[in-house]
Design a protein around this ligand. Structure first.
Ligand code: HMG
Ligand code: MG
Length: 286
């Protein structure tokens, strides 16, 4: 039996959040419904952040309400604070994600607070999620390079990973937010992080700005990671990370993993269908 490597699908959230023009609710729902047929176990559907900060995600509750849920899939939402957590749970999110940064510059730009303050805001989310029996995933952004503070020291990433681990995140996703990581810098970062958390608790979230994301995934597999975030059609970017291009494309990750002899559980034909839908939603390159 080939070993399983899981792709966590990001297009409806990380993929669409950076699109400037308004995308119709029906198109967002159609994308999630198509993805639900592809074989994913987890799909990030939207985020419950300030609509002033990320207007494209303002209708996330309506997306959750409109999708045809398939049993066995966890439909996830990003939540920066208690207000977001409460809205995500009311909308029916199966799991939520909190998101921190490994650099102070990006924390300020993305969350309007320091790293320490962001972790404080996450504490009540963790408490509520525990009481509600809701799983919480953690993200760490700018794990190799920050658009504001330059190269990120691996020990800074490890420190934030340790905090998220201590808070009770079931998995921690390591974001190369601006896609500047190389197999060398990703490996150095992972070696530091693996001192704090086992590979089974980690995921790679690599944007593909420099075309190295697939190589970075391979380097991460070498160190034991078996979960990677990706978005069909290579959609996406972060509005608060200047120059951040799309997430690595799910269909490309799937093809590489299959070529390497791994099982992904995904249906390539449905992935192509979803990628075509995603590409139609993509506005002009910024
Ligand atoms: P702030 O302005 O400091 O917040 O933003 P505030 O508490 O002062 O509130 C300001 C206004 O926002 C208030 O409304 C609040 O009610 C409202 P007003 O009184 O002005 O009408 N507000 C909310 N509304 C809806 N939902 C909420 C919420 N919270 C406050 N949850 C805040 C702080 C965290 C809210 C803001 O900075 C924010 O929303 N940031 C999110 C930015 C974001 O979504 N970035 C992209 C996702 S992260 C990412 O893409 C990286 C990742 O993919 C990994 C990687 O690639 O590295 C995960
Ligand atoms: Mg991202």
């Amino acid at each position: 039996m080939p070993e399983l490597v899981e792709i966590f699908e990001m297009a409806p959230r990380d993929g669409l959040q950076n699109e400037k023009r308004e995308i119709a609710l029906a198109d967002k729902i159609a994308l999630v419904d198509c993805l639900s047929r592809a074989g994913f176990r987890r799909i990030e559907v939207g985020s419950f952040v300030s609509p002033k900060w990320v207007p494209q995600m303002a209708d996330s509750a309506a997306v959750f309400a409109g999708i045809a849920r398939k049993p066995g899939i966890s439909y996830a939402a990003l939540t920066p604070n208690m207000k977001g957590y409460e809205a995500a749970i009311a909308a029916g999110a199966d799991e939520v994600a909190i998101f921190a940064s490994a650099s102070e510059g990006f924390s300020r730009a993305n969350l309007n607070c320091s790293i320490a303050e962001s972790l404080e805001r996450f504490t009540p989310i963790m408490e509520a999620a525990k009481a509600d029996n809701v799983k919480v995933r953690g993200y760490v952004s700018v794990v190799t390079d920050c658009p504001f503070d330059g190269a990120t020291p691996p020990e800074n990433v490890a420190k934030v990973v340790a905090s998220l681990r201590d808070m009770g995140c079931y998995e921690i996703s390591l974001g190369d937010t601006i896609g500047q990581g190389t197999p060398e810098s990703v490996t150095a970062m992972l070696r530091a992080v693996l001192e704090e958390a086992p590979a089974e608790q980690l995921a790679g979230h690599y944007h593909d700005t420099s075309g190295r994301a697939l190589d970075n995934i391979e380097a991460s597999i070498e160190l034991g990671l078996r979960v990677f975030d990706a978005a069909v059609g290579g959609l996406g970017g972060c509005p608060y990370a200047p120059g951040a291009a799309g997430n690595v494309a799910t269909e490309a990750v799937n093809a590489r993993l299959v070529a390497l002899g791994y099982e992904t559980g995904l249906d390539g034909a449905v992935l192509e269908e979803a990628a075509a839908l995603a590409r139609k939603m993509k506005g002009p390159q910024k």
